[in-house]
Design a protein around this ligand. Structure first.
Ligand SMILES: Nc1ncnc2c1ncn2[C@@H]1O[C@H](COP(=O)(O)OP(=O)(O)OP(=O)(O)O)[C@@H](O)[C@H]1O
Ligand SMILES: [Mg+2]
Length: 233
């Protein structure tokens, strides 16, 4: 049974937080858990997620365009987001698929907004044209000390290999990033849940799943009830 058959819209979940917080790791687990409940679910990421946006991702994360400054960078992230939303996210949600996205608008707010010191009015205008009415139903903010996250990210690279455009910034940058995500969570408690990401992977998964069950339970119940009633495969 999928929400497609109920005529319902899928839920949109985003994972946010600094480098090495565990977003990509947890994303896969969440999608598998949703699928185990027979919910159509798809994993995606930003920047990227659609072919056009993945091309922009390569350029943005290479650091080639850092010199353009945060304003132009924010516009390019938004251009990638428009393609991702139009080509993948909106069509999926409309047909009842749940979408779980690794980074989304809060990363733009934190990286280009809080750290790039962009005028909040510029960013909210950009959000309006990029997203229209689309907002995540639930945003999980994976929180941990910046040095712990950076150490994880470095270990993931095997200590060698190229750090990306943002991983190369200093510890102060990453501590400010953490504060920016926490401020977003505080300002939007209905949408955001802070997850202590310093714990073991399974404990983090448990906390995430508790948040999903708590916030999105009515939808989960709807899907389960219809499945139990035997409508659909
Ligand atoms: N709870 C955890 N405890 C210890 N290590 C973890 C935990 N979660 C993930 N890791 C490991 O830390 C590294 C970074 O995790 P992951 O790639 O999921 O982070 P991320 O938030 O996606 O980072 P980035 O923002 O850089 O993409 C990986 O090697 C992963 O296996
Ligand atoms: Mg990741």
């Amino acid at each position: 049974m999928s929400l497609m058959q109920t005529g319902g819209r899928g839920s949109f979940i985003t994972l946010e937080g600094g480098e090495g917080a565990g977003k990509s790791t947890q994303l896969q687990v969440i999608v598998e858990k949703l699928k185990a409940l027979q919910i159509d679910a798809l994993a995606t990421r930003e920047p990227g997620g659609s072919p056009g946006a993945e091309t922009l991702r390569e350029i943005l994360l290479s650091g080639q365009l850092k010199h353009l400054g945060p304003k132009a960078e924010a516009i390019l992230f938004s251009a990638a987001r428009i393609d991702h939303v139009d080509c993948l996210i909106e069509p999926a949600l409309a047909k009842g698929t749940w979408v779980v996205c690794d980074r989304f608008l809060d990363s733009t707010r934190a990286y280009q907004g809080a750290l790039g010191k962009l005028d909040p009015r510029f960013l909210s205008a950009l959000e309006r044209v990029t997203l229209g009415d689309l907002l995540p139903d639930l945003t999980l903010i994976l929180d941990l000390p910046a040095d712990v996250g950076l150490a994880r990210a470095k270990a993931r690279r095997g200590g060698a290999g190229e750090a990306d455009r943002f991983e190369q910034e200093d510890l102060q940058f990453h501590e400010s990033l953490r504060a920016a995500f926490l401020a977003i969570a505080k300002a939007e408690p209905k949408r955001c849940v802070i997850i202590d990401a310093q714990r073991s992977q399974s404990e983090v998964t448990e906390a995430i799943w508790a948040a999903i069950s708590d916030r999105l339970l009515p939808r989960l119940r709807l899907v389960e009830a219809e499945r139990d009633a035997g409508h659909g495969a």
